[in-house]
Design a protein around this ligand. Sequence first.
Ligand code: FAD
Length: 267
Amino acid sequence: MSGAAVRDGQSEHRRSGKLRVTRVRRVERITPRMARITFAGDELAGLHSNGGDQHVALYFYEPGVELPRPFTTEAARALLPVAKPRLRRYTIRHHRPEAGEVDMDFVLHGADQLASGWAERATPGDEAIWFGPGSGWTPGPDAEWAVLLGDETALPAIAATLEQLPPGLPVSVVVEVPDRAEEQPLTTRADARISWLHRGSRPAGQLLHERATALPLPPGRGRIWGAAERGVIRELRRHFVEGQGLARSDTHLTPYWTRGETQDSEV
Ligand SMILES: Cc1cc2nc3c(=O)[nH]c(=O)nc-3n(C[C@H](O)[C@H](O)[C@H](O)COP(=O)(O)OP(=O)(O)OC[C@H]3O[C@@H](n4cnc5c(N)ncnc54)[C@H](O)[C@@H]3O)c2cc1C
């Protein structure tokens, strides 16, 4: 289990993560296919927020597994030979320390899928166990521009990152969503140019790839952040690193899901 850090290519400040037993406090449908779940609980009291694309790993145990109480990081480790959780990663969209609350936004891509189905059925009072948060990306103080790319699973990270970017930083944002109803208001003090792409019936990531690979990059040193389906991310990395000659360390491109596969292999 990893520690948390701030990542900007310049420095990494590690803080140890923690297993947190929380309860669902509220559930809201912010767009037709995105559920915002608010988590609360005593264990959120000491949560240190790293901002940006920081994420947690949600723990899903098989029904019927009896968890020892109190359920701590050590207790989860001791339980591993008997019961291994399936992990799913989600971004912290908001952290309100004064209210002891954390919001995460879940794409509802299938009621029969583990995390998506859980989110679709979640009601206040449900227990949710997660480990984290992890580190948060920033473009770094020497960045002269930034590019943020992603599909709807990346939207929470893009929205949270935009809220933290320095005033006036030139930033191009390209987000692919199923349709107009999945757009969300994005706020930033940066000098942002935001493009929404509606995939309709096209394969996920096709439009994002087309638009991202046609983006003119400004002069000077910039940084690129992106998250989407694994194959799309592979192509974007090839384009920016091999095609455009960007330093690999100036790109932060992460597969957030894999077509036709569960995320279990990531654990
Ligand atoms: C660091 C990180 C942060 C993330 N943050 C968020 C977040 O804030 N919000 C969010 O919604 N997701 C986020 N994701 C993506 C999320 O973890 C995956 O979509 C995950 O696969 C969902 O788990 P599941 O149990 O619902 O589906 P799985 O069991 O993993 O997959 C089951 C099937 O569903 C398909 N599938 C998975 N995700 C999608 C999708 N989005 N659209 C269409 N088909 C899909 C798979 O290809 C597979 O066929 C993040 C991923 C990472 C790595």
